[in-house]
Ligand binder design. Structure first.
Ligand code: WQD
Length: 322
């Protein structure tokens, strides 16, 4: 009785594996190691190296390890790259999911937790984004996540799959330095990189219609993301056939870029540094903050970690890697 975690050697996946094993679940990791790293997989957890496009290997893995459910995290996740390589993103994220769903159907595995993203909402024009806020993704990446949700909902209706799609907001932090994010694609590591180079961090635009003019986001600790997956998996163990949940994972609290950068400077001891305001980055919505009401109601889950913990732990991870 194991759960398969695809992408379990990646930043978020490794935290999910940790939360699930600590919660007493047996786990198998499936990862192509394109961006993941085998040393994130704890001892005693089997690692199968393979692609989510390899249906035969997925089926064999399910049979060999007695898999009862899948947490599907393996995916391409860079918004900018998805604009340049949309076919690659559709193949990895949509065809990959379809291949997985076929392998699950062939082997009778009926539980799926899926990594979705706040990117499905695009530029929401609301204070708090609920799961019923219209989805208008602004990038091929966001499209692949929304199509993934549709595919899963259709499979739930047609053949009894039980599923939870979790829409992550802005993930940061690490449980341990070893598990930290190795990419430099988001605000927190991008600020670290500038500081390390002896340059001021950049604020992409301060003329948005927000209280301090900079973009507002809902930052969430990766350990909270991980505990939400465990809660979702447990919920699916008890769920009836065809259950299909869509849940935001956020704290329900907005933080501006300026506020985040100031906190990062303080936590890392760079209080004397003055951030540089540059032009807006194309495609950035002014404000994206979750309503976390539904996940609280459905799973009894709430976030337990705050901004300073995210920044402090991310900084320790950065220093471990650099
Ligand atoms: C946050 C804010 C930037 C760097 C993206 C994806 C989303 C999800 C998470 C995958 C923005 C500003 C950043 C810097 C800055 N990804 N910024 N200076 O764009 O909210 O979300 O990552 O699932 O789908 O779109 O995250 O961390 O890139 O930016 O001012 O040096 O920080 O403009 O307002 P974003 P981010």
């Amino acid at each position: 009785m194991s759960w398969l975690v695809t992408g379990g050697a990646g930043y978020i996946g490794a935290h999910v594996v940790r939360a699930m094993t600590e919660g007493g679940e047996r786990v198998v990791v499936y990862d192509d190691l394109s961006t993941g790293s085998a040393d994130r997989v704890p001892e005693g957890v089997p690692l199968v190296v393979g692609s989510v496009l390899d249906g035969a290997l997925l089926e064999r893995t399910v049979r060999d390890h007695g898999v009862v459910g899948v947490v599907h995290i393996a995916a391409k996740k860079q918004v900018g790259e998805s604009v340049e390589r949309p076919l690659h993103y559709y193949r990895e994220n949509v065809t990959g999911l379809q291949t997985l769903l076929e392998a699950m159907a062939a082997t009778g595995v009926d539980r799926l937790v899926f990594s979705s993203s706040a990117a499905v909402y695009g530029m929401p024009d609301v204070d708090l984004v609920t799961e019923d806020t219209p989805c208008v993704p602004m990038s091929p990446y966001g499209e692949t996540k929304l199509i993934g949700e549709w595919l899963i909902a259709a499979a739930a209706r047609a053949h009894g799959l039980k599923a939870a799609a979790l829409r992550y907001f802005n993930v940061a932090g690490a449980a341990t330095p070893e598990l930290s994010d190795s990419g430099v694609f988001n605000l927190v590591p991008m600020v670290f990189e500038r500081l390390e180079a002896g340059r001021p961090p950049r604020v992409f635009g301060d003329d948005y219609a927000t209280p301090d003019g900079t973009c507002v986001r809902d930052y969430i600790h990766v350990q909270d993301i991980a505990s939400a997956h465990l809660a979702a998996a447990r919920r699916l163990n008890e769920a009836s056939e065809g259950t299909s949940l869509v849940l935001n994972i956020g704290r329900g609290e907005g933080s501006s870029v300026r506020e985040m950068v100031d906190r990062i400077l303080k936590v890392t001891g760079h209080d004397d540094v003055v951030p540089e305001v540059t032009a807006r980055r194309p495609g950035d919505p002014a404000r994206v903050v979750a309503s976390a009401d539904r996940i609280r109601a459905e799973l009894g889950w709430t976030a337990g970690h705050g901004l300073d913990e995210m920044i402090e732990s991310a900084w320790q991870g950065w220093r471990h890697r650099h």
